[in-house]
Write a protein that binds this ligand. Sequence first.
Ligand code: GLA
Length: 389
Amino acid sequence: MSAISFREQSARLLLFSAIVAMISASCTSVNTETTLKDAYADSFMIGCAVNPLHTGGHLEQATDLILEHFNAISPENCLKPEAVQPRPGVWTFDDADEFVKFGEEHDLWMLGHTLVWHNQTPSFYWEKPDGTPKTREELIETMRAHIKTVAGRYAGRIDAWDVVNEIIGEFGEYRNKGWVKAFGGDGYEVVRNAFIFADRYAPDAELYYNDFNVWRPAHVDGIVTMVRKLQKEGIRIDGVGIQAHWGLNYPKTEYIEHAIDTLHSLGVKVMITELDVDVLPITREGQVIGQSLTDPLYQHEEFEEYLDPYKDGLPTEVEEQLADRYEELFRIFYNRRDKIDRVTLWGLTDDSSWKNGYPVPGRTNYPLLWNRDYTPHKALQSVLEVPVK
Ligand code: GLA
């Protein structure tokens, strides 16, 4: 073998360096040490919904992950009416107190969720002990007392409240359920009273309206009408939360963009408040609500293979689809970062998601950024890369 001359060696080295430079230019340099809250530090807060296992220190690994990646927390259930007042006059604040203590100890931004809602609210909120409906005056007093007791308890500590949850329906109408049904009328009075009381008892907290399917244009229009009415009356509303319980195949980008732009144009904060991406059949195509898929019929053996196909793990191709979908969504959010205040995931690891139990109980879903064993989905990397790509 003949010896290579110094000139030839230098030429080869130059060529090699050029090739390396070209390859690295075509790849994105990703800092694998980056965390979600750091990657989006200049864009919006990054939150996750937590449960008492997280805040009570029972799952150390989960707590570490929360503190590493998130700067905001939402309580999944512990501040809902059925959790704080399960029976008339019986108030249970242990989990909620622990949530607030956890947030304060770790300097996390905290949401209170939620004061006025038709779900997870016992019927005694609207009915007298004998089962007859409460009068209008009794309903207003019930709402006032609830908001005073709950929002007032954490005044100056919880940063913002979802004052009203899910009161507008698919076509922009007020859902005729819970408070709305009890009050009668068009539903606006429920919203009006709720925001007035929240402002009275939590004057330092921001006050939000929060809802799902806030991408359907008619639904967005209904929210716009409601917010404008509050604003016209001088009643404080500081933001609107887009829940974002979405799927691999819905909603379309233009709907999401339209919702963010329209709500932002009202002069209120816009937040993505309960993000998850459903990968399972049917519910990855659209949000199924109401009774249909909850029917025990669908838990029969013959439907299982179709409805719950990933019990033993997520196939690589679906893992890729999940990563692409998360990337697509975070790109929408990042491109509109001047209009978005916070993006919150509804849970931490896949096993903590409500999507395993709804609408079909007992399925194995993969809607979040971490697997059941705390390993990240490929989607985490995709989300981390969005701001540097
Ligand atoms: C709605 C509520 C949340 C939660 C989810 C399901 O989005 O706002 O509190 O109940 O449904 O977990």
